[in-house]
Design a protein around this ligand. Structure first.
Ligand code: PLP
Length: 358
């Protein structure tokens, strides 16, 4: 396979711009020096704009899951209850992480089914320290109702811990307005940087809730905050990835978040329209609270065809799409519209898919 000539249309990692790649080959710098601090400040300022928050912003050397674990590991103690909303693989991951630290109150929906807000309210009304939800459930192509869950979390005095791994930088996310106490994203998704970093915002309320005796060591968010106040990270950061992230964020800023959201949503809408014409069914079962994802589209594999075969046939054409994960393997296939994916990339993917499905 010629990797220089491959089109990555999966929901992350996404293609990164040549100037991001070039930035990563710059000579190393002192991570305790002024140059690093300036880059750190630049990145956090841009990220705050993207997250729509005034909360503290941390950058962790570790993928999205590291920050999901930091969020729960720092706030949840053995006896604390966590309402874990699940309608896909990443909701399940939040639930599994929560189970390592506290008492999980599972709120499981079939993967691909919408969240039922009445049930969320019912669980929260019984008392919980936190509620976790994946805003954009990548595994199922669903956008979950974050503003509504934020309101419920506030009403019942629970922390709202949100996975925004495939929405932040691609879709509408308003951390402060929605009352998200901890919001997490990953570098390899909507902001189109290479994999390896995760970024999270942490509210004052969330810091106040970090009262447990033993916080995690490497993922101690209080230590991250202390260092961030000095424009540093507590341990040696992945400096080349910071170089790449800074360039990627500049591209986001140049495009502007409104245009960026519009482009990604248009890409997803184009995929859905094409599927409609081809007679391919979308996978999510939506109620009024949820919506199709604007950054990844999940489709049911047509009768008698495996999603994995569709993926393989597309790969032979040099286009990498995604299949289904875990229990959805074979049943669905997914096309990403996140990051810097251009309309022509979407068009080419649709054209080739039509030939594959003929
Ligand atoms: N959450 C969501 C919604 C994701 O899509 C992913 C990765 O695809 C993750 C969490 C996990 O992130 P990572 O693989 O960067 O640890």
């Amino acid at each position: 396979m010629d990797l220089e000539d491959t089109l990555l249309m999966m929901p992350g990692p996404v293609p990164v711009a040549p100037k991001v790649l070039r930035a990563m080959s710059k000579p190393m710098i002192n991570h305790r020096g002024k140059e690093f601090s300036a880059m750190f400040d630049d990145c956090t300022a841009m990220l705050k704009e993207i997250f729509q928050t005034q909360n503290d912003l941390m950058i962790v050397s570790g993928s999205g899951t590291a920050s999901m674990e930091a969020a729960l590991g720092c706030t949840i103690d053995k006896e604390d209850k966590v309402v874990a909303i699940e309608n896909g693989k990443f909701g399940e991951r939040f639930k599994d992480i929560a189970a390592r630290y506290g008492q999980v109150v599972p709120l499981e929906f079939e993967w691909g089914q919408s969240v039922d807000l009445e049930l969320v309210e019912e669980k929260l009304s019984e008392g919980a320290k936190a509620v976790t939800m994946v805003h954009n459930e990548t595994s199922a192509g669903i956008r979950n109702p974050a503003p509504e869950v934020g309101k419920l979390a506030k009403k019942y005095d629970a922390l709202f811990i949100m996975d925004g791994v495939t929405s932040i930088g691609g879709d509408d996310v308003k951390v402060d307005e929605w009352g998200v106490d901890i919001a997490v994203t990953g570098s390899q998704k909507c902001v189109a940087a290479p994999p390896g970093l995760s970024m999270l915002s942490v509210s004052e309320r969330a810091f106040d809730a970090m009262t447990k005796e033993n916080l995690p060591y490497y993922l101690d968010l209080k230590a991250y905050k202390k260092s961030a106040d000095k424009s540093q990270t507590p341990y040696t950061p992945a400096v080349p990835l910071f170089f790449g992230l800074q360039e990627a964020l500049k591209i986001v800023m140049e495009e502007g978040m409104d245009a960026r959201k519009r482009r990604q949503a248009t890409g997803a809408a184009a995929v859905r329209a094409a599927m409609d014409v081809m007679g391919v069914e979308m996978f999510p079962q939506l109620n009024e609270a949820s919506a199709y994802s604007n950054t990844v589209s999940a489709m049911k594999a047509p009768e008698g065809v495996s999603g994995n075969d569709i993926k393989s046939a597309m790969m032979e054409k040099g286009i990498i799409i995604a299949g289904g994960q875990n229990r959805l393997s074979g049943q669905i296939f997914r096309i990403g519209s996140m990051g810097n994916v251009a309309p022509k990339d979407i068009m080419l993917t649709i054209q080739e898919l039509e030939l594959v499905l003929k």
